[in-house]
Design a protein. Structure first.
Length: 127
């Protein structure tokens, strides 16, 4: 019995390690596939002056690792996903970002990030 369990454990480890590049899965409330812009996007846990931006939409992303053997998702990965989604809706900043991480029922580890996608007035004035 013990020897059989060991064989299955070794097979599971080998299969998990051979899962290739699919180490993480990203999901979001933004589902567009066409970029509104390809410019820089600022991500901040703080806000901007009230008269400095126009709200476009809430943005939330979730990065989940797919196996026990991959590193936990990071704030940097979440920020990149937020920037990507912000570009899809035409936002040049994501403000008031909040992060939450842990282990879930369907993942070995995750980080959720949520904020507000905005168009800054500085960006609008430069056009």
């Amino acid at each position: 019995m013990k020897n059989g369990f060991l064989k299955y454990a070794v097979v599971a480890v080998v299969i998990s390690m051979g899962s290739g590049c699919a180490a993480y899965r990203t999901s979001s409330n933004i589902n567009s596939s066409t970029y509104a812009h390809n410019g820089p996007v600022t991500v901040t846990e703080g806000s901007l002056p009230d008269n400095g931006y126009t709200v476009i939409s809430p943005i939330d992303v979730s990065i989940k690792k797919l196996t026990l053997f991959h590193a936990n998702p990071t704030k940097e990965q979440a920020d990149e996903a937020l920037k990507d989604k912000a570009r899809l809706i035409g936002a040049d900043a994501v403000i008031n970002v909040r992060y939450k991480s842990g282990v879930g029922m369907t993942t070995w580890g995750y980080i959720d990030a949520a904020g507000t996608g905005v168009k800054t007035k500085l960006e609008t004035a430069n056009k």
